[in-house]
Write a protein that binds this ligand. Structure first.
Ligand code: 13P
Length: 306
């Protein structure tokens, strides 16, 4: 029995979510990126799990505070993910991650309710305040086996219905930030935005590369929707090992559902309406995972690697 199969059986029995450390470290060593998909409800969680299981690739399920509120609460999210993993016999590594945790309290609540990774986003505060808040989260998380992502600079665009301005991470802040916080991964804002781009994305690859050379930890790219393939490849070469996607799945799903409703005006069963976006989401998730895991990888490449 292979090591992977053995671990799969153990995980299946105890239904274990994992933190993001091992999968991101492996991605860093091998030069690819793990996909982070935001979940918005039970159905999306299921589709993303099935899509990732189909490829036998690890996945990060990100949940924003807005989505947590919409779904019902931190514990409800945890139970949806962990129960689906059991019912669907999910054997891959799955990390449940709080996306843009806005406070120490929110991160602690996620951790106490079974999340295996948190992002503390204190990027709107001055540098030393960001350090202080991030450090407090790291100390709480690390004693509980939970990984922590933090943000330097600030991602602009639209998220959870709010608009934000962009400012870039500064290279000289990166090492002091890492040494003072001991964070596990860093999201440096370098031109990507949440939501739709108004014009062609303009990422600061030079700074990204410099940060990669300075830092021993994986880097995270937020605002993955709408970044052309060549720029994604370049970002991975410049040290990005986790790519966050939300809007792209929303657009993919909404387009299919709109079409289905147009063509089936008499349908009122929510399972048919919501489910009409299933195949499109699964296809999109699998295409993005393959794109992020290795340039031009095929499903067979990925299967063989694992
Ligand atoms: P997009 O909505 O632009 O894909 O960004 C998602 C994201 O970065 C979540 O943190």
């Amino acid at each position: 029995m292979t090591k992977y199969r053995f671990l799969s059986i153990i995980k299946l029995v105890i239904n274990m979510l994992v933190n993001s450390n091992e999968m991101l470290l492996k991605a860093k060593q091998s030069g690819y990126a793990i996909a982070h998909f935001n979940i918005n409800n039970l159905e999306w969680t299921r589709y993303i799990l099935e899509a990732s299981e189909g490829l036998k690739t690890p996945v990060i399920l990100g949940v924003s505070e807005g989505a947590i509120k919409y779904i019902g609460g931190y514990l409800t999210v945890y139970h949806i993910v962990s129960s689906l993993m059991k019912d669907l016999n999910i054997s891959i590594d799955v990390c449940l991650h709080l996306d843009h945790g806005s406070s120490v309290e929110s991160c602690k609540k996620a951790i106490d309710n079974g999340f295996t990774s948190v992002m503390i986003d204190a990027s709107q505060y001055p540098f030393l305040e960001n350090v202080k808040i991030t450090k407090e989260v790291v100390e709480y998380a690390h004693t509980r086996g939970v990984s922590v992502e933090a943000e330097l600079g600030h991602f602009g665009g639209s998220e959870d219905g709010m608009e934000y301005n962009t400012f870039h991470a500064r290279v000289e802040e990166v090492i002091p930030f890492y040494e003072m916080t001991k964070v596990d991964s860093l999201a440096p804002a370098l031109g990507s935005v949440h939501g739709l781009y108004q014009k062609e994305p303009n990422l600061d690859f030079d700074t990204m590369k410099k940060i990669k050379e300075l830092l021993p930890i994986p880097l995270v790219l937020h605002g993955g929707t709408g970044i052309p393939k060549e720029q994604i490849e370049k970002a991975i070469d410049c040290g990005i090992n986790k790519i966050n996607i939300n809007t792209e799945l929303q657009i993919t799903w909404a387009k299919e559902v709109r079409k289905y409703l147009d063509e089936n005006q008499e349908v009122y069963d929510p399972r048919k309406i919501i489910g009409s976006g299933k195949d499109a989401i699964i296809k999109k998730v699998q295409a993005l995972i393959l794109e992020f895991m290795k340039k031009n990888s095929t499903k067979e490449d990925i299967d063989n690697k694992i």
